[in-house]
Design a protein around this ligand. Sequence first.
Ligand code: NDP
Length: 454
Amino acid sequence: MEFEFDLIVVGAGSGGLAAAKRAASYGAKVAIIEVNQIGGTCVIRGCVPKKLMVYAAKSKKNMDSSEGYGLKNEGINFKSNILLKNVREEVSRLSNLHRNSLKKLNVTVFEGLGRFATQNELEIICPKTKKIKNKISSKKILISVGGKPKKLNIPGIDLAWTSDDIFELEKFPKSILIVGGGYIACEFASIFRNLGTEVIQLIRGQHLLNGFDEDLSLCLEESPTFTEINIISNTQLRSIKRVNGNLESTLDSGDKLLTNNILIATGREPNLLHLNLDFLNLKMDGQYLDVDEVNQTSNANIFAVGDIINKPNLTPVAIEQGRVFSDNFFNSQKRKVNYENIPKAVFTIPEISTVGLSEKKAIEIYSEKNIKIFKCKFTPMSNTFKENKSKCMLKIVVHKLTDKVLGCHMFGETSSEIIQMVSISLNAGITKKDFDITMALHPTISEEFVTMYG
Ligand code: NDP
């Protein structure tokens, strides 16, 4: 059978774009199908617009607390409509940049929903009319449709927002209930609170950011931002109803809360529904598509990358998976994605960042007697003349016998920038002694990483 394309990519998010561009750069004839703006979750409804909002929140927090530096605050007037409009314009600009680079590489863009007709053919469906606009065929197909917010199955859930809705707002609410204690919940709680919204955060467990090193969760909960947030723990949302233009939430405890709006941030799930995958009988890994180490599904023509497979759902991971896929299948390389020591950050104010094993995980793997912890907590110099001083915390998890650094964790300003560099040394197998013999750079926060002695 003759195919029109060498590769069809379904979904123009981080993973799909990376794969399409890389394959096209090797001379492959590539098509990409996308129903929304080019860019996917990261560019359109995730990392990029969120980080721009974080910068707004940080600026406001700095202005609010810098009188000690001689900067008299005469009252700052935050206009959320201006921020939201500027964010949307920037997102469109970035989306257009991606579209132009696809054009330069001769990648054909099809607008609509991709739906499998056969294992080598996809129909492109108009989302409004549901009519088939086109049918295209290819030797290889890469699924990179990403994830979507998970919704709770409770009465009134459609009244609540997900993170997708935040980026469509015209202005911020005066008060909000945020459900969840993970990345999205904490980042938006921090953005909203620092920009003046009253925030209540509802978590089903005891602490924020389950799975992160416990010291990081505690630092976040003690921080000035989160002490201004009403965190309600060990309970769940049972129902939502509209009351006089506001939303009334009923909790498991029977307690009721009244806020302008509700944000549900209880995780994400693969967005596979429209693809018509059933007849292909692809092997699944729970809710995810099962793939091998070269991202091949149980059908040899079909591959998958990004948030639809059971790997860390992070932009750089999806990009690397996409590039490695195209390097292997369109340039005969034999590459594998390195999933070791992936640095992670939660962009609260201050931010959290981490690489390697948490103290708890290291103890689980190596037992307590084999683990040594180095930790320091202090007020950073930048907060000297500020009220409501937030602390920062640095922590190193070390294997006692080998001296190998197993994990580094940090809470504090610019910690994501610092941990990105630390992750290189962990990948290179660094020991605590290597940290100790490295000269400090003074005065910085990160110098504490090389001056903590046991
Ligand atoms: P997370 O998995 O980070 O957090 C989900 C939260 O929802 C947890 O607190 C979880 O509680 C809670 N939860 C889950 N189910 C329920 C339920 N039925 N009722 C009440 N609470 C519930 O998901 P997010 O949606 O925040 O983010 C999704 C993914 O997106 C992240 O895992 C990450 O991969 C990515 N992301 C990365 C960012 C970054 O790199 N900075 C930013 C945003 C997203 P519990 O802890 O008890 O399970």
